[in-house]
Design a protein around this ligand. Structure first.
Ligand code: CDV
Length: 308
């Protein structure tokens, strides 16, 4: 058995004027709770340090830089790194990254139990739009504020396993998991901020949105025989509601732990990485069963081309 006792640490809402020190204190409280339950690895949501700012339109793009981190760790996030090191815990969380070259990414990191950043991932599937859209019930300006990630979907040897990352909308795309599956991934960690309301389809029920979330992460886990740890930021942020749905999914695609409600909360599960072996060696033994001669369109073509 190769067990990582993993904590999925959901954050409740972060209001627009809540500062990083307050959020970091909340994250540390969750970390302490997870440590008390024996966890050695903790996963937090996408854009964990601030409100989900892509809902706010800044005409002047540079004004949005207040939501970004120019260094990691920073003075404000250093206490989180310090506590993780004290506890000997690995962690993963998301934040808005401003690079020294002035580039903007929606980023997540893996931090090892010694407090060193071991891996960086930049979100590839950016949902939303670039310009203010008066037709929408709320804005989703990720395409305005971020560039698509430029690092692909690597995996890393981390805490005795093979771990990969993706972020929010990435979880809905089978290619995300399969590219990591082809590198033997044993655990995919991801954070998300999913509005409870579809800005372009007011009739979509919250239950359907939750169903699509779980369908995506459970299918990704099963079809690649990997653990998936999916962590929400949830609740009402400045009048805009984000759904919960923080789950840990086993390599059979089953939900084995789930945070109830929309407040700060943590669930802990013993994720045995050897539990990925059976699926990887049988029904999803890629080397024996994949037929790549029929998959050319996957990388040759972006949009659907409908036969006439
Ligand atoms: N932060 C996200 O990527 N949210 C999207 C919403 C906009 C659909 C998601 O896939 O959950």
């Amino acid at each position: 058995m190769r067990v990582i006792r993993t904590a999925a640490a959901q954050l409740g809402p972060i209001q627009r004027d809540e500062g990083r020190p307050s959020v970091v204190a909340r994250m540390i409280a969750l970390m302490d709770e997870a440590k008390g339950r024996g966890a050695t690895f903790i996963v937090y949501p996408e854009l964990a340090l601030t409100t989900f700012f892509p809902r706010w339109h800044h005409e002047d793009r540079a004004e949005a830089d207040v939501w970004f981190e120019a260094s990691m760790p920073s003075a404000e996030t250093q206490p989180l790194f310090d506590r993780a090191r004290e506890h000997g815990m690995g962690m993963s969380f998301g934040y808005a990254e401003l690079t020294p070259e002035g580039r903007h990414f929606n980023t997540s990191i893996l931090v090892d139990p010694e407090g060193r950043i071991a891996a960086t991932y930049r979100k590839i599937h950016l949902p939303g739009h670039v310009e203010y859209d008066p037709e929408r019930t709320h804005q989703h300006l990720e395409k305005r504020y971020f560039e698509p990630g430029d690092l692909g979907f690597p995996v890393w040897r981390f805490m005795g396993g093979i771990v990969g990352m993706c972020i929010c909308n990435d979880r809905r795309w089978p290619e995300t998991y399969r590219v990591m599956g082809l590198q033997g991934v044993e655990m995919v960690v991801l954070g998300f901020n999913t509005p409870s309301v579809n800005s372009q389809k007011g009739t979509e029920a919250l239950g359907d949105r939750m169903f699509h979330h779980k369908l995506s992460v459970q299918a990704g886990a099963y079809q690649n025989a990997t653990w998936v740890v999916a962590v929400a930021k949830a609740g009402d942020e400045d009048g805009h509601h984000l759904m919960g749905g923080t789950v840990i999914v086993d390599p059979d695609g089953k939900i084995v732990a789930e945070v109830e409600g929309e407040a700060d909360g943590v669930v802990v599960h013993d994720c045995d990485l050897d539990a990925t072996r059976f699926g990887k060696e049988t029904i999803f033994d890629f080397a024996r069963h994949r037929r790549i001669e029929h998959y050319g369109r996957i990388t040759a073509q972006t949009g659907a081309e409908v036969a006439v």
